[in-house]
Design a protein around this ligand. Structure first.
Ligand code: NAD
Length: 329
């Protein structure tokens, strides 16, 4: 099935991942409704689409069921990205995280099955693996959550299973692993590590690392995530709830990430002491130590391939952020 002539609701569509999805769905010929309350997203992420005849933006909150019902009217598919991200934010403001991520998701599901939506694809997270130490992470083995954020995503997955069981809503959960790329917001205490590092380099500051930097992540370039979403929306699989890791299938330490970025910025870094350009701080509460995905299930069942490698993605991200800085100062 192609997306041409489908009508897709993208919640959180003004955010980092959601805006790339909106771009791609429009490019595929779909009609797109973007629902976003702009709490962590930006109109500038979707301004290129604002005048498009197949694009509608609704500023609204997924915690309001009527808003969700209005947004999903006539949609055949839903791509649910709206959530409050960040482990530290969820420890500081658990009530916000739980209400947006869980109640918001329940509303989107309820509105979707009442409207007769054919497929709901939703953003889950590698954080659901919690305290499981086995690597690589495989879908059936999840642990105790280490933060309210992880709990909210585990609850989301459990609720999606209920929707499939009782209401026949076809759901696919995608467990994203550390997504990065253009448009990811670099500022504030809850920024992800790659945009935070790039911003620090731009401002000629040292890279701030939480802990000893030995923690590892499966950094995944945005184009791979968009491709996985497209496959999940169009897959003809019959099971009513499926979960997939969406990652690059590689393991990179935060120290290695810092060194790669320093190399991209400073050609001569091989001759200098990289560690002078890094500041180590305390380990962050609630963080998983090692995160590395087995992507076999998504490969076999969806035909997913992470076409953009970590290093290629990093190069593209740096180039895009530098171009932005030159354009906007
Ligand atoms: N970026 C990652 O590495 C990563 C990893 C795992 C999971 N995820 C998940 O992917 C999804 C998208 O994340 P992102 O990185 O693009 O974050 P983001 O903050 O850029 O995007 C989230 C969007 O949701 C919107 N939103 C938040 N609360 C809302 C509400 N109550 N009603 C309507 N809209 C609301 C925000 O304004 C924002 O535009 C989230 O569900 C996140 O938990 C992201």
């Amino acid at each position: 099935m192609k997306l041409k002539d489908e009508k897709i609701l993208v919640t959180g569509g003004a955010g980092f991942i959601g805006s790339h999805l909106c771009d791609r769905f429009i490019a595929e010929g779909a009609e797109v409704v973007c629902l976003d309350d702009l709490s962590t997203g930006f109109v500038r992420n979707i301004e290129q689409l604002m005048d498009h005849e197949r694009f509608t933006f609704i500023e609204g909150d997924v915690r309001n069921l009527d808003t969700c019902r209005n947004a999903v009217k006539g949609c055949t598919q839903v791509s649910h990205q709206a959530a409050l991200g960040s482990v530290p934010r969820s420890i500081k403001f658990p009530e916000q995280t739980m209400s947006v991520n869980v109640q918001g998701f329940v509303n989107v599901c309820k509105a979707s099955f009442d409207a007769g939506v054919e497929r709901l694809v939703y953003a889950s997270s590698s954080s659901v693996y919690g305290d499981v130490i086995e690597l690589p992470k495989v879908e059936h083995l999840i642990g105790r959550p280490l933060s309210p954020y992880a709990l909210s995503k585990q609850t989301t997955e459990s609720f999606a299973a209920q929707c499939a069981l009782h209401y026949g809503l076809s759901c696919v959960g995608l467990r994203y692993f550390n997504v990065f790329g253009p448009r990811q917001h670099p500022e504030g205490p809850y920024a992800a590590v790659i945009p935070r590092f790039v911003r620090a380099l731009d401002q000629q500051q040292a890279l701030p690392i939480n802990g000893d930097g030995q923690q590892t992540r499966d950094f995944t370039y945005i184009d791979n995530v968009v491709a996985a979403n497209l496959l999940a929306l169009t897959s003809r699989r019959q099971d009513t709830h499926a979960l997939y890791n969406v990652a690059a299938g590689g393991q990179t330490s935060v120290n290695t990430l810092a060194e790669l970025l320093l190399e991209l910025y400073f050609d001569e870094v091989g001759d200098t002491d990289v560690h002078q350009k890094i500041i180590y701080g305390p380990k962050r509460q609630g963080d998983i130590e090692h995160s590395y995905a087995d992507i076999g299930k998504a490969q076999h069942e969806l035909g997913y391939r992470p076409h953009v490698s970590f290093s290629e993605g990093l190069q593209r991200t740096v180039t895009s952020l530098q171009r932005n800085r030159q354009q906007h100062g």
